[in-house]
Design a protein around this ligand. Structure first.
Ligand code: PEP
Ligand code: MG
Length: 621
């Protein structure tokens, strides 16, 4: 790849160059936002549960007292860093201060330390959890904004105390009352999801790539984001004005008025362009020569199902259920899960919904699982392996999914299957779950297809064998690229090498499509590759007929499909399969299709170098 290393300043001779300090990162989520910065830290707090000796009780309580003092000091510091705003900010921070020292909390924590001999971290987490439960909605589904905010406050306080106790004392996002750009080293999917209820207008992370979960979440939430912006934390201060250009993958710090006006103009043009595409959402997704390509949505949060339909999705191709498990310390119950799945299935019916069983582990951390710490979590206890090692948790999820099938068209998909043996073990548990649901007298669909993700190289090699037992495939290129090319999907500096145009990836996709076709197994593709217009037309050429992506990308991919013919796509794919490098493939595909898709590739940013998705500018494409 010919990608430039991150630059800090544009060449001074370029008259259109932005004025201000420029950080080059990766375009994580499209759109342009301008606003004041809020620099925050990493928000995942890990701690070890320890039992203490009776003689250690006093020392543990002293640790707690110190943590309370430090947490209060920290909140005052956050208050000082926030730009002067409406009074509500201070009221929120005052509420945090009161809650941190609240006797109701402290007494509960001390009791656990004294009587149950638990370490301070464990005692804090349990006491906060107990208090948070007091704020659970009385009825499932009840959404009381006040209750939700109190829970959020308790979570904030709990996290703050844990950070003081563990020494992991960076800032976390306080509740905001004015639109701000959040800057962090990294944000977990849970942090990103939590921002839905905050006036966060954009975010910037120092690490991550287009396929890391933060970028995926940002696109789902339609928040502009630049990821992999090295030096963001050391360059940007809270209160600085920043431009987040999610089209070019660029951040401008303290820009001039002209640069701000220019960015706002491009942001507005992009919005108008995206809205224009949206008006065509009910057009059929067919190529110029009449081949239908089914476009579905990937969703993480139940609320996104409606967003998916608004963007013209023909169903949900991937519902990542792990978000039900994260950001909590207890397991979700069968009934709780059933209600969530049912809501999605009903919202989308009669269109189909593919529910993926939990893919926890790797970069998807869930405290409720208490995972062992591993040297290399991406190659450890993750996804189906974790599910098979915790059959109680897995069966609970399967039963909830099976029950939800009574309300629409539902399929169940298993992540990270690496051998047919795993699929067989899953099938046994699935049959048991079906039986248990029947025995409990719950209605369900007569037949629920059970399919697998193809995202591990061994599954590609064994696709013909797996096709005899799986009822559908969905190719997960985010992980398939990671595991095939041996590149951590979250590693920004390796991102230019993790190309979906790599010939090895194209051959693998072709192999899976062919094996599946021979056995009559429908095959979709749900990695981020599907949401790149150039990659999407290449996939059509490789024989993929169903693509699933974040909802926001559906209108532009539909437009891309409608502008090309299958014959041209197939011819280009055949030629691409004969090439030997990712660069050569990308140049070929760009040379063939970019002129006709230029507006889609740049988000209608006329001056943008052609580099959506973090790919390098191509010569004369
Ligand atoms: C993938 O790996 O391509 C995929 C769609 O799954 P996830 O991004 O959730 O790992
Ligand atoms: Mg995956």
């Amino acid at each position: 790849m010919t990608g430039d290393p991150p630059s800090t300043r544009p060449p001074p001779s370029d008259p259109s160059a932005p004025h201000g300090v420029v950080l080059q990162g990766i375009a994580g989520s499209p759109g342009v936002a301008v606003g004041p910065a809020l620099v925050v830290g990493d928000t995942k707090t890990a701690y070890t549960r320890r039992h203490i000796q009776a003689v250690q009780v006093d020392a543990e309580i002293q640790r707690l007292t110190l943590a309370v003092t430090e947490a209060k000091r920290h909140v005052r510091e956050v208050s000082a860093r926030l730009p002067p705003g409406p009074l509500e900010t201070n009221a929120i921070l005052d509420a945090y201060l009161t809650m941190i020292g609240d006797p109701m909390l402290i007494e509960r924590v001390e009791k656990r330390i004294r009587e149950e001999k638990k370490c301070a971290e464990w005692a804090v987490a349990q006491a906060c959890d107990e208090i948070a439960k007091l704020f659970l909605p009385a009825e499932p589904g009840e959404r009381d904004a006040y209750i939700a905010e109190r829970r959020h406050d308790i979570e904030f306080v709990c996290d703050r105390l844990l950070r003081e106790l563990t020494g992991d004392t960076k800032l976390i996002v306080p509740r905001l009352d004015q639109p701000m750009v959040v800057i962090a080293r990294d944000l977990s999917p849970a942090d990103t999801a939590a921002m839905v209820r905050e006036p966060v207008i954009a975010f910037i992370t120092e690490i991550g790539t287009r396929t890391s979960h933060t970028a995926i979440m940002a696109r789902a939430l339609e928040i502009p984001a630049v990821v992999g912006a090295a030096d963001a934390l050391s360059t940007i201060r809270t209160g600085d004005t920043v431009i987040v250009d999610g089209l070019r993958g660029q951040v401008v710090v303290n820009p001039s008025d002209i640069t701000i006006a220019d960015a706002r103009g491009r942001g507005a043009r992009h919005l108008a362009f995206a809205r224009g595409l949206l008006t065509a959402r009910n057009q059929p997704c067919v190529t110029r020569d009449g081949e239908a390509i089914s476009l579905k949505a990937n969703v993480e949060l139940p609320a996104e199902a409606i967003l998916a339909l608004d963007h013209g999705a023909e169903g949900i191709g991937l519902y990542r259920t792990e978000f039900i498990y994260i950001d909590r310390t207890t397991m979700p119950t069968e009934d709780e899960q059933y209600e969530l799945y049912r809501a999605v299935v009903e919202a989308v019916a009669p269109r189909p919904v593919t529910l993926r069983t939990f893919d926890i582990g790797g970069d998807k951390f869930a405290s409720s699982f208490q995972l062992p710490s591993e040297m290399n979590p991406a190659l450890g206890l993750r996804a189906v392996r974790l599910a098979l090692s915790r059959p109680d948790v897995f069966l609970t999820q399967l039963r909830a999914m099976i029950r939800a099938s009574a309300h629409g068209d539902l399929r169940v998909m298993i992540p990270m299957v690496a051998s047919v043996q795993e699929l067989r073990e899953v099938r046994t548990l699935f049959d048991r779950a079906l039986h248990e649901v029947d025995a409990a007298g719950h209605p369900r669909l007569k037949h629920i297809p059970l399919g697998i993700m193809i995202e591990v190289p061994s599954a590609v090699v064994m696709a013909d064998v797996l096709a005899r037992e799986a009822e559908f495939f969905s190719i997960g290129t985010n992980d398939l690229i990671q595991y095939t090319l041996a590149i951590d999907r979250g590693n920004r500096s390796m991102a230019p090498l993790a190309s979906p145009f790599h010939p090895a990836i194209l051959r693998m996709i072709r192999q899976v499509v062919r094996a599946a076709a021979e056995h009559g197994v429908p095959t979709a593709l749900c990695g981020a590759m599907a949401s790149d217009p150039l990659a999407a037309v290449l996939l059509v050429g490789l024989g993929v007929r169903e693509l699933s992506m974040e909802a926001a990308a559906i209108p532009e991919i539909k437009e891309a499909v409608r502008r090309v013919s299958t014959v041209d796509c197939e011819r280009a794919a055949e030629a691409a399969l004969k090439l030997d490098t990712a660069e050569a493939v990308e140049e070929l595909i760009a040379g063939t299709f970019a002129p006709g898709l230029f507006d889609l590739l740049t988000g209608n940013d006329d001056d943008a170098p052609y580099e959506q998705g973090g790919r390098p500018t191509l010569p004369d494409a």
